[in-house]
Design a protein around this ligand. Sequence first.
Ligand code: NAD
Length: 430
Amino acid sequence: MSFVLKAAVGEPAQRASNPAVVDTVAAVIADVRANGDDAVRKYSEKFDGWSPESFRLSEDQVAEIVKSVPETVLDDLRFAQRQIRNFAQAQRDSIQDIEVETLPGVFLGHRNVPIDAAAAYVPGGRYPLTASAHMTVLTAKVAGVERVAATTPPNAGEAPPISVAAMHLAGADEIFVLGGVQAIAALALGTDTIDPVSILTGPGNAFVAEAKRQLFGEVGIDLFAGPTETLIVADDHADPFTIAVDLLSQAEHGPDSPCVLITTSEAVGRATLDHIEALLPGLVTNAIAGPAWRDHGQVHIVDTLAEAYTLADKFASEHVQILTEDPRQALTSMRNYGALFLGEGTCVPYGDKLIGTNHVLPTLGAANYTGGLWVGKFLKTLTYQEVRNLDTSAQLGEICGRVSRLEKFEGHARSGDLRAAKFGNAPLAW
Ligand code: NAD
């Protein structure tokens, strides 16, 4: 019989935005729209205590910061970026332009054209999320975006060196040290000193995610990539210690980060609970991971793996790890998740930091309708058509006239009538 061994006791994160966050974000955006750079500086001072001469780093500043990063660290960043670039390039190569002849002499096609300018937000409030630079900047560059403006909040009162180095190595064309709504609004709307972009990308906290939501339409966005979520599906082959360690690896993202275990084995569920309690005190991020686990951790015991996959699909979690005898089953049994991690050989932090798949992933149910960030999000699929056979154009024209008049569009109908007359025998009746 299925039952809940540990339920979440905290209020679950809401899919609709928190009204206080909505209001704060709307006020900042309105101010940046009206007062440009002055408003950007005002909110950067207010929220981050940060007011440098220029929010954009000069080439000399970037070079100096990169020089301050130890070579071994740069080597690790280069390793991670190679993996992410290689996978992004393979994905880019899989996207084809097409052209087909659908009727005699009728050619329809599409081309995948990169967006001209993209913003890459690299979070940095709680931790400097350096790996987000690889995920956003590199992916945009592989897609062919000409101008990538990367931005990250200050950390402890200075430009976070490793994130800046990662942005630079990934090929960012402009690097800003500016965080939160003020950064998102400035890059979306443009100011006297910051040129606007066409799409906002990257993860962020509730303020950043809400700013992207409010600006969507004026600019594009990649997806709603908010506070991290994780879920593990396990059977009786799974190692409870590994499950415990891996759940806590994501609980430390934030005190509201949901961590869910769904297992067919009550023994695995109970042992995992014990391991988590034993591990938490020794985790230096215990102050965040502890409340996340206690308030939002869940353990569900189910009868069958089929039930486990159905329940996991309902969560539509950002990350789903499969620790079962045959993990690949999940590829065909599940449809709602940001990214799948199959088997004990991998783990969510591999995906977060270096393995090559993108870590900017849908949260709060967005996995019901989208996957994560990838090169395709930086491309516009633009269609075109040509009718070279004018007999076919005459036939299309006759039908176009009739179907347009069904909708009372006389102007549309006449464009069809004209071709039916010009290239065929139909008389013009107007
Ligand atoms: P962040 O850079 O997103 O936010 C920091 C900024 O928030 C600050 O610069 C500040 O300007 C602004 N801010 C803070 N308090 C504010 C307030 N009261 N009013 C207005 N603005 C305020 O960094 P973070 O806070 O560490 O959040 C990063 C988030 O990204 C985490 O929630 C993490 O889980 C998430 N994340 C998600 C994914 C994904 O793909 N879904 C990937 C990585 C990280």
